[in-house]
Ligand binder design. Structure first.
Ligand code: WT7
Length: 637
């Protein structure tokens, strides 16, 4: 039985109060509703200095027993997973909880047969096909640590992540469908593996039926391996604090960091937050459009809904193929009741013909969600009016890869909703705003840096292989607090509005990049001496990437050079990090100590050059005039 889904505002307030007064009994009661092989000894041990956080210490469990086995008696024939392919003419596929259990066990047996053991790291680089879901859960089943890499990342990015994790195996496919395009995934893996000595095996799932290069002794086809394995696979018993997965994300330095989540706390928070935010009901058909390569796909496409025994929909394609009505067509086709997507998708569809939405009934929808970046009021209203028909609440969910689950959000039809506001924290989450000295601001109607002052079960435990980096990134800016990197406002009524990053991280279509990471990639180009990257407001992507680049010699053809620089970024990171604008400059605005004044570059990138502030402290103030002039002329793409 679940007793942790609050249903009224009163219940919300009571739960919130209780979580403040006695967080341990609050979380311990919630955790008790799960299947544990052994109960925990202590609910929470923590200190934010190290940091060292342990939830449910001594508890033993397997998250897949909670996602699958525990539902078999009551929901064995209920649909667990619906898979809708890229091409609407191809048939969709459905799996009941019993079938999904079998598929996961089979995949787990294939992993074991190919040498994967508890604690091994397995890299998953796959398109949005059912086998991706099986693969993730199969790792969890046998206690292997999954590290999913979004299949849009380049070979170089993949290799960096594989090497950082010391992964033993890659799970991939021959190719993938993305709208009208087909992409040779296995070729990218082959290229990456040229520099990955720890990889022993590659398992390839057939999606396109392409002939691909198979390395003897290293690469095997999934369909061959699965032929003679059992449909049963006992779940490995894990400690609550054993690693469940690593997921790489960008920070303000060049190298992405491996955010580590552990089994017990992540499980508890995934179901808890899923049920409360979306106000899940047994008959719901739930669709989260995120790719499993991102944390949203981990927590709210797979783990959260499956833990709750829900029917979750997985979509291989893109919102604009074969036309701009694809999302709404899928909603009608399956009678989707809860729909969770990103502002960037909404903004791109807003640009289309309104009939692409209005020609679908969308009658089944009852809750809409938004995630990944601030949702501007225009997009919020379009979503609420045309998709939700003013009938469905829009829950604007704020969270991060590091938080593991939704932290601040309206609970659908339970707590207040306000356009462009994430609103209130979930019970058990204790956000505060601090000023630049780290002093807590307690009034309402204020703005500050968003921090969390008490641990929650699904919080980051470490950054893989480098605990100090975890401490420095999140726990050292403000003593005794987890610092999110976001700035936020709290309105007169105490509702939060997330403004955006206050560090050198930019958010492009809901994807996070460190400016340093993109600069590092650009600097690999032979013609480039130095570069500085900033974000700028972009109508569809939220933020676009603007690069200021200093070249060795005056380029003969600036067009070609820009194309080459873009090519370098695509090669080092992937298409998703392509700069939108590249301006060739002869110098960058630097302080006398050599620090780039990004504030000035940001203003230029925004097109707001009327007031650049004090530039007299710069090493070479004249450079600013040149940059402004260049930005106004055609010296950029
Ligand atoms: C950053 C985290 C959480 C899953 C997807 C992104 C921004 C996220 C919101 C929101 C305003 C948001 C923040 C955050 N962000 N959700 N509802 N409103 N901003 O995960 O890649 O770890 O990025 O995304 O800036 O710090 P992520």
């Amino acid at each position: 039985m679940t007793n942790f889904q609050v249903k009224t505002y009163d219940e919300y307030q009571q739960a919130y109060q209780r979580s403040l007064e006695d967080p341990e009994s609050f979380w311990s009661d919630i955790a008790s509703t799960f299947t544990w092989r052994k109960k925990w000894n202590t609910t929470l041990e923590w200190n934010f200095e190290e940091p060292d956080v342990k939830w449910f210490k001594g508890g033993k469990l397997n998250i897949t027993e909670n996602c699958l086995d525990r539902h078999l008696k009551t929901r064995g024939n209920k649909l667990a997973l619906i898979w809708e392919p890229n091409d609407p003419k191809e048939r969709f596929v459905r799996y009941t909880y019993r079938e999904l259990h079998e598929k996961v066990c089979q995949f787990a047996n294939v992993l074991k047969k190919n040498g994967v053991q508890k604690g091994d790291r397995v890299c998953i680089y796959m398109p949005m096909i059912p086998e991706l879901a099986f693969a993730v859960l199969a790792c969890a089943r046998i206690g292997a640590i999954h590290s999913v890499i979004f299949a849009g990342f380049s070979a170089v990015s993949m290799a960096d992540r594989i090497n950082d994790a010391g992964a033993k195996m890659v799970l991939t496919s021959d190719g993938l469908n993305r709208g009208a395009k087909q992409i040779p995934v296995k070729r990218v893996v082959d290229e990456a593996l040229e520099t990955c000595p720890t990889i022993e095996k590659v398992i390839v799932v057939e999606r396109l039926g392409w002939a691909v290069n198979m390395v003897e002794g290293r690469d095997v086809w999934y369909h061959d391996e699965v032929k003679d394995v059992s449909k049963e696979c006992p779940a490995e018993i894990m400690d609550a604090e054993d690693m469940l997965f690593i997921l790489y994300t960008s920070g303000s330095t060049g190298k992405p960091k491996g955010v580590v989540h552990t089994c017990g706390g992540y499980m508890v928070y995934a179901e808890y937050s899923f049920r409360n935010v979306f106000q899940y009901e047994e008959s719901d058909i739930y669709w989260c459009t995120a790719d499993i390569g991102w944390i949203t796909g981990h927590t709210y496409l797979l783990y959260g809904p499956l833990l709750a025994g829900a029917t979750t929909l997985m979509f291989e394609g893109v919102p604009t193929y074969p036309d701009m009505g694809r999302f709404w067509q899928v909603c009608d086709k399956f009678g989707v009741t809860i729909f969770y997507t990103a502002p960037t998708a909404i903004r791109s569809l807003m640009g289309g013909d309104i009939d692409d939405v209005l020609s679908y009934s969308l009658d089944s929808l009852r809750v809409l969600g938004s995630v990944g970046e601030p949702i501007n009021e225009e997009a919020w209203h379009w979503y609420h009016t045309h998709v939700g028909k003013e009938r469905c609440p829009v829950v604007d969910t704020w969270w991060q890869t590091e938080t593991g689950g939704i932290m601040i959000s309206t609970l659908a039809n339970v707590t207040p909703m306000k356009p462009s506001h994430a609103t209130l924290p979930l019970p058990g989450v204790h956000p505060i705003l601090v000023d630049s000295d780290g002093k807590e601001i307690t009034e309402n109607g204020v703005e500050g840096h968003l921090c969390i002052k008490h641990p929650w079960p699904s919080m980051i435990r470490t950054t893989y292989g480098d605990h100090e980096r975890c401490r420095l990134s999140y726990f050292s800016t403000y003593k005794g607090l987890y610092f999110t990197g976001d700035g936020a406002k709290r309105d007169e009524n105490g509702l939060y509005r997330i403004i955006g990053r206050v560090d050198d991280v930019i958010n492009v279509s809901g994807h996070r990049f460190g400016t340093a990471e993109i600069e590092e990639a650009i600097n690999h180009n032979n013609h480039v001496i130095e570069s500085a990257v900033v974000g700028f407001p972009h109508d569809v992507k939220g933020q676009g990437i603007y690069a200021f680049v200093i070249c060795k010699d005056k380029p003969e053809n600036e067009e070609w050079l820009r194309a080459e620089i873009i090519e370098t970024v695509v090669e080092k990171i992937g298409k998703i990090a392509r700069p939108d604008k590249i301006q060739i400059v002869s110098g960058l605005p630097k302080t006398r100590s050599g620090k780039i004044m990004r504030r000035i570059l940001r203003k230029v990138a925004e097109g707001d050059v009327s007031n650049l502030g004090d530039t007299s402290t710069l090493l070479d103030p004249a450079v600013v005039d040149e940059i402004v002039e260049g930005s106004l002329s055609k010296a950029k793409v």
